[in-house]
Design a protein around this ligand. Structure first.
Ligand code: NAP
Ligand code: GDP
Length: 321
């Protein structure tokens, strides 16, 4: 466990945008400090695409700290088919939230980027200095450029106004409360849902693409701990990659096998190569994180997938899908 509350005064407010999504729910699960007020925002309370609504949110809760998670998020196939939403909504949400964090004199903002916004043609491992070094992969360029502008916006306020605005760069995230939609979801939740349905119908478990692309995956509760640590520790002054070690990188085929084994349905996997593979890999270095948190123990992908499959089965009726 990391000690992330030591310098905090009593009864300050932390506002979490996107507070009921995958990562927001993980913060709700692990956050135990009774001296802080955590406020979790859903889009039904405030539409952050709307500047007036965003100002009302800041007026209402008067936050000291902001963890900005709200975003139009999705897997490869949503990124490819919904580019205008991925661009416009994310530009609007990020612009409104970051500007209000400055105008309302927030003590610290932690905003969320993603390792998928790095250049496509690059050297590996990717590190924090390489974010703007070339175009992102074309499959998710709309989302990536919107996120890159979030980084720019935070950097300008940090450099020109001294604002304590930090961007974290998580790798692929998964866990309970994810979006399990068959078309829009990221690969782990999409494949969990597909395997569940395949087993029920006694049909093949179809995995899109070749299965060869490589990814690093972080369990949502691990990311939640690291986000709170980033918010309260002042260890990171600007951007930091929050990822498992490079040695934990796995293929999509590995992931499909782990999921289907948990369902005891690993003899019916089929790869449909008519679908896109997306970016082959985006191997990220967590050296900056490891310098500060050398002993942080990440949950293994085997255990994380077991927990997530079990959560999905138990919560099938209420899961986002
Ligand atoms: P998520 O489960 O989709 O949660 C995002 C939340 O944003 C949603 O719950 C949604 O709230 C909220 N939101 C969307 N549009 C909004 C709007 N117009 N106004 C207010 N709220 C809005 O996503 P996540 O996976 O937790 O992602 C958290 C952050 O991590 C995002 O910034 C994402 O870009 C980043 N990230 C995610 C991954 C990944 O693999 N999932 C990887 C790297 C980085 P409602 O549910 O209330 O509508
Ligand atoms: P990415 O890591 O940003 O590319 O996004 P995803 O989490 O969507 O992972 C995409 C990778 O998983 C690609 O190689 C896809 O071909 C593969 N994949 C296999 N089946 C699926 C599926 O049902 N949904 C998604 N989103 N990806 C899948």
């Amino acid at each position: 466990m990391l000690y992330y509350y030591k310098s905090i005064l009593a009864m300050e407010t932390v506002l979490v945008t996107g507070g009921f999504g995958l990562v927001g729910n993980a913060i709700q699960r692990i956050e135990k400090n009774e001296k802080m007020r955590f406020v979790y925002i859903s889009s039904s309370e405030f539409d952050l695409c709307d500047m007036d609504a965003t100002k009302k949110m800041f007026d209402k809760y008067n936050p000291d700290y902001v963890i900005h998670l709200a975003a139009c998020v999705g897997g490869l196939f949503k990124n490819m088919t919904r580019k205008i939403d991925m661009f416009e909504k994310n530009i609007q949400i990020n612009y409104n939230v970051v500007k209000c964090c400055h105008d309302f004199h927030i003590k610290k903002l932690v905003a969320c980027l993603s390792t998928c916004i790095f250049p496509d043609k690059t050297t590996y491992p990717i590190d924090e200095t390489m974010l703007h070094d070339g175009p992102p992969h074309e499959s998710n360029d709309a989302y990536a450029y919107a996120k890159r502008m979030l980084e720019m916006h935070c950097r300008i306020y940090r450099e020109n106004f001294g604002d304590n605005f930090v961007c974290v760069i998580p790798t692929n995230i998964y866990g309970p409360n994810d979006n399990f939609n068959l078309e829009d979801a990221h690969v782990i939740p999409a494949l969990i849902h597909k395997c569940y349905l395949a087993k029920e119908a006694d049909i093949d478990f179809v995995v899109r693409g070749s299965g060869t692309p490589l990814r690093q995956f972080i369990y949502s509760d691990d990311l939640a701990h690291l986000l709170l640590y980033t918010l309260f520790s002042n260890s990171f002054a600007d951007n930091v990659i929050l990822s498992v070690d490079e040695s934990e990188e796995v293929s999509i085929k590995d992931v499909a096998l782990l999921i289907s084994k948990r369902f005891a349905y690993d003899n019916r996997i089929v790869f449909d190569k008519a679908f896109d593979d997306g970016q082959y890999k985006k191997t990220a270095s967590n050296e900056r994180l490891r310098q500060i948190c050398p002993d942080f123990q990440f949950l293994s992908i085997d255990e994380g997938i077991q927990y997530t499959v079990d959560w999905f089965i138990e919560n099938y009726k209420i899961a986002r899908k």
